[in-house]
Write a protein that binds this ligand. Structure first.
Ligand code: CA
Length: 254
């Protein structure tokens, strides 16, 4: 091989190598890894069934009110709207607040798909205020089953209380139920107060670990035995739910 040909091959290999190791534009690289759609609340804003519920697709809302015992104070539906004053990323954030003199418990969430049994990490930026100071908690949460966030199987990360600055909330959790889960920012007002407000922005959900085959559950000591290769979903669900129910902090007010 002559020198010129070797040089040409070397240049081509070098360019390929540079192509592999040089990161692309920051925004594009982040989008590839984010399992959420519209995680920064930048588009598809619309009223979601009521004038005081204005937030973007594909985010959804779950909340408690009415006859639930915890809501004797009572609980009221949150009010949610677009915000441009406090923004952690892009041009918009979500502003959600509890009506005065009421408790509140809600989850702003969206469904996602991930590899079944894999671990995912949700990270969101939140900013909160409460005047006069109330018992306000905000946390990231994962529901591994795509069920309700008020089931004990929901996994909630460490909660932050009132912080008048952008604060990171995060949680890492497994995904069961055929690889469909829900990711949320949850907001809880423990006792009736005023001006309990949270701003939410820049949510990212990423894959954090490899999938666990159905017959291997290293973190679950009572994992059901494998039969003839068929997964007993009912038994698996019962075992995992009982395990998750005993973890802290996963308990919701009752
Ligand atoms: Ca944003």
């Amino acid at each position: 091989m002559d020198v010129r040909r070797r040089t040409t091959i070397g240049l081509i290999l070098g360019l390929i190598l540079i192509g592999f190791v040089t990161p692309g534009p920051g925004a594009a690289a982040q989008e590839v890894g984010n399992l959420l759609e519209n995680g920064s609340f930048e588009w598809d804003w619309r009223h979601q069934g009521a004038a005081e519920l204005f937030f973007p697709d594909p985010w959804r809302l779950e909340y408690r009110d009415g006859d639930h015992p915890w809501c004797a104070s009572p609980c009221k539906r949150p009010e949610i709207t677009i915000n441009e004053e406090y923004v952690a990323d892009g041009a918009y954030s979500v502003r959600a607040f509890a009506p005065a003199h009421s408790r509140a418990l809600f989850a702003l969430y969206q469904e996602f798909e991930a590899e079944a049994y894999s671990q995912v990490t949700l990270v969101c930026q939140v900013r909160t205020t409460s005047r006069p100071e109330g018992g306000l908690l905000v946390a990231a949460a994962i529901q591994p089953w795509a069920g309700s966030f008020f089931e004990s199987s929901a996994i909630r990360g460490e909660a932050t209380r009132v912080r008048d600055e952008w604060t990171t909330v995060t949680v890492t959790a497994p995904v069961y139920g055929g690889g469909r889960g829900k990711a949320a920012v949850v907001y809880e007002v423990e006792w009736p107060s005023q001006n309990n407000t949270v701003w939410i922005d820049d949510c990212e959900l990423t894959r954090a670990g490899a999938g666990c085959p159905p017959c291997e559950c290293p973190e679950l000591p009572s994992c059901p035995p494998c039969g003839s290769g068929e997964l007993d979903w009912d038994r698996m669900r019962d075992v995992i739910r009982s395990e998750l129910a005993n973890r802290e902090p996963v308990r919701w007010p009752r």
